[in-house]
Design a protein around this ligand. Structure first.
Ligand code: TYD
Length: 211
């Protein structure tokens, strides 16, 4: 079976994480070997960087460089080898989050991000950039996401940001989705958990990934 790279995206509180177990189970039922991972993180080094990125104040360029440093290690150590073995890589976030959070939320220069993306994700053997094959984008109005997060645990550096920040993050995701409609599947996350799952299943089914 051919390798597949699947990422999940959305603003904090959009509910993507609560569907990861079910997606993994569905793929395993299809007989696929699944490497489940997350960003920032996914390797010992990248998880250390995650701790810094999520908890320490820093300027947007520093933040972007650390995010891409973590991503590069993640690609080299985990993602590329798993894809070479023909597995499914299921990642909770990938580069779209950088364009949404650092680009949209922080207002950092997306041209610089695009350059870092080229450096970190270049795949000479495939003649292009490493990108997910499918990105499930959990789209939820920032006000609804904020209300959901209000009941959750202690917020990290990003979760503690303003409503305006999350509006810019959401706009950042919308822009990335518009630029690559073949890869993005928009999931309307402003529904019940069951209705959201139905959309996820349909999206996977449409790609031949579910019975
Ligand atoms: P998240 O994926 O929401 O994990 P958890 O469910 O444990 O909170 O947390 C990751 C945070 O990092 C999230 O707020 C988005 C942010 N982030 C960036 O700012 N840039 C990036 O490139 C990535 C991958 C994440």
């Amino acid at each position: 079976m051919s390798a597949l790279f699947l990422s999940l995206e959305g603003i904090d509180g959009a509910g993507k994480s609560s569907h990861l177990d079910a997606i993994e189970a569905l793929l395993r039922k299809q007989g696929r070997v699944v490497t489940r991972t997350r960003e920032p993180g996914g390797t010992p080094l990248a998880e250390q960087l995650r701790g810094m990125i999520l908890n320490q104040p820093m300027d947007p360029l520093t933040e972007s460089l650390l995010v891409f440093a973590a991503r590069r290690d993640h690609i080299v150590q985990v993602i590329a080898p798993a894809l070479a073995r023909g597995e499914v890589v299921l990642s909770d976030r990938f580069t779209d989050a950088t364009f949404a959070y650092q680009g949209g939320g922080r207002g950092f220069d997306v041209q610089v991000l695009a350059t870092l993306e080229q450096w970190a994700q270049e795949r000479p053997e495939a003649g292009g950039l490493l990108q997910p094959d499918i990105t499930l984008w959990f789209d939820l109005p920032p006000e609804v996401a904020a209300a959901r997060l209000a009941d959750a645990r202690t917020p990290d550096k990003f979760e503690a940001q303003s409503a305006d920040f999350f509006r810019r993050v959401a706009a950042g995701y919308a822009k990335r989705a518009e630029a690559d409609p073949a890869r993005f599947v928009r999931i309307d996350a402003n529904r019940t958990r069951e209705q959201v799952w139905e959309q996820v299943e349909q999206a996977l089914q449409a790609r031949g990934l579910s019975a």
